[in-house]
Design a protein around this ligand. Structure first.
Ligand SMILES: [Zn+2]
Length: 269
């Protein structure tokens, strides 16, 4: 089997581990084991709107990104928060109704849980409350960012956030989609992206953007990314325990090996 296929299989297997989601990983083991049978693995597809079901379900991404959009009556929109493996969709009222909409931006794996079951777990309710504060911080920061930071800075910030949440150095996103998320003209995104490509900080082709020099991308981003990262770590520190959702001893052993590298990944989101 070649290496690329091996890596893909390993990534897919990890994405199907609920512990890849920070909130689920932070639960005490008793609550994790109690909720495990009720966590339904699902695949989210790019462009899906998590419609009315988001009132009945909470969605915990493990390898997917969902944008919380503010949509105007004319159909224009702005991304006001981004949710990935660090959080949960379904708390903020973003369903299929205007003005808030939860739309899958990068398809992938997630687990969903009936909202009423989440209510029954006090530790989960407490974690959801803390995550809600992190989302509110994103919404506040988005308002400042759109008003005071340049399109170049915002593009760098959004690329850092997207690749952090997916734990990768490459994302699939066209200039049109980026323009839609940032609420600016596509031409402005193309000019900003071209500048980054000329500086050999990113490389883009056919809707894929690869980060070539993360340190310089961070230098060019506005402060918002670092500010929100610090706030997330303050509210939801990376899990330090090495427990797992797995039940059999053999699987536990294998997943404990992964935990250290997961913790390193969690530290970035
Ligand atoms: Zn900003």
């Amino acid at each position: 089997m070649n290496n690329a296929i091996t890596v893909d299989i390993e990534c897919a297997a990890r994405a199907r581990d609920p512990q890849r989601n920070r909130l689920l990983a932070l639960l005490p083991i008793d609550d994790r084991m109690r909720l495990r049978p009720h966590l339904e693995p699902i695949t989210l597809c790019s462009g899906d709107v998590l419609c009315g079901q988001s009132a009945r379900y909470l969605y915990f991404p493990t390898a997917a990104i969902v944008s919380l959009l503010y949509v105007t009556q004319s159909g224009a929109s702005n991304e006001i928060a981004v949710i990935g493996a660090d959080g949960v969709v379904g708390l903020s009222g973003g369903g299929d109704t205007q003005p808030l909409q939860s739309r899958v931006q990068a398809g992938g794996h997630a687990f969903r849980l009936r909202a009423q079951l989440a209510d029954a777990s006090e530790p989960l309710r407490e974690l959801l409350g803390r995550y809600m504060r992190a989302v509110q911080a994103q919404i506040t920061q988005a308002a400042v960012c759109n008003r005071h930071h340049t399109i170049d800075q915002q593009l760098c910030r959004r690329l850092l956030l997207g690749t952090d949440l997916l734990r990768t150095n490459e994302i699939e996103m066209s200039h049109q989609v980026l323009a839609h998320l940032l609420g600016v003209r596509r031409e402005s995104i193309s000019v900003a992206a071209h500048r980054l490509q000329l500086a050999e900080i990113i490389r883009y082709r056919r809707g894929r953007i690869e980060i070539l020099d993360r340190a310089r991308l961070e230098e060019r981003a506005c402060e918002c990314h670092a500010v929100l990262q610090r706030e997330r770590h303050r509210l939801l520190p990376a899990p330090t325990h090495s427990t797992s959702f797995a039940r059999s001893g053999a699987v536990v052993t294998r997943r404990v090996v992964h935990t250290a590298s997961y913790a390193a990944s969690f530290n970035r989101i």
